[in-house]
Design a protein around this ligand. Structure first.
Ligand code: GAR
Length: 228
């Protein structure tokens, strides 16, 4: 029922592959969010073309002219969001740090995707850092946005194995494929109210296991096959 869909904006800065996954999911008649606006802080973001091709309204609010005036930039962005009647924000590769004021205004209504299993590896170059750290599991996280960068209550995570032959592009591709699975699911849960922020934690109206994705699915636990 279209009238029950929450009006969501996707905020991007670049290629927009997560935006593409959200667009594909939102085409389903039962998806609880309508992508009503794609907003970019860069006029040349490739993701804007994906939005236009999908017939979604776009807005560009260049952040560069505002320099350090983050509040000024956000005031213009907020005006665009208000004009479009936006109720929910999905940050999808939006590479601007938001002020505490903006984040607080959207508390419980703004999601972010990050390419690591938070709280490990916040910030940039997550795949190179995971390889350098020698972790066996890496992955991605969708979380509600709080004022700290790449922090906030977790809605969904997906883990991928780090393979001995992995380099940064190979690991990044494996993680990105999982980003494209968990973001549409997490946005749907937030839009329907199945995932809610309550007293700083995420409450899921469904078995908690649904917030965790593992790829590939683990086999039975035990000794390595050659020793069993
Ligand atoms: C994604 O990997 C996303 O997780 C990451 O930027 C990429 C955007 O790709 N976001 C962050 O690092 C946020 N801290 P996309 O434009 O193809 O969706």
């Amino acid at each position: 029922m279209a009238e029950l869909k929450r009006r969501a904006a996707v905020l991007i800065s670049g290629r927009g592959s997560n935006l593409g996954a959200l667009i594909a999911a939102a085409r389903h008649p039962a998806y609880p969010a309508e992508l009503a606006l794609v907003l970019s802080n860069k006029a040349d973001a490739a993701g804007l073309d994906r939005a236009r091709e999908a017939g979604i309204a776009t807005a560009v609010v260049e952040s560069r002219p505002f320099g350090r005036d983050r509040a000024g930039f956000e005031a213009v962005m907020q005006a665009r969001l208000d004009e479009a009647g936006i109720e929910l924000i999905a940050l999808a590769g939006f590479m601007r740090v938001l002020t505490e004021d903006f984040v607080t205004r959207w508390s419980g209504r703004m999601l972010n995707i990050h390419p690591s299993l938070l709280p490990a590896f916040p910030g940039l170059d997550t795949h190179a850092r995971a390889l350098a750290a020698g972790v066996r599991l890496h992955g991605c996280t969708v979380h509600f946005v709080t004022p700290g960068v790449d922090e906030g209550p977790v809605i969904a995570q997906a883990a991928v194995p780090v393979l001995p032959e992995d380099d940064e592009p190979a690991l990044a591709a494996r993680v990105l494929a999982q980003e494209h699975r968990i973001y549409p699911a997490a946005l749907a849960w937030a839009a329907s109210g199945a995932a809610r922020l309550e007293e700083g934690r995420v409450v899921l109206d469904r078995p908690m296991a649904e917030g965790a994705f593992v790829n590939p699915l683990p086999g039975p636990p035990g000794l390595p096959t050659e020793m069993a």
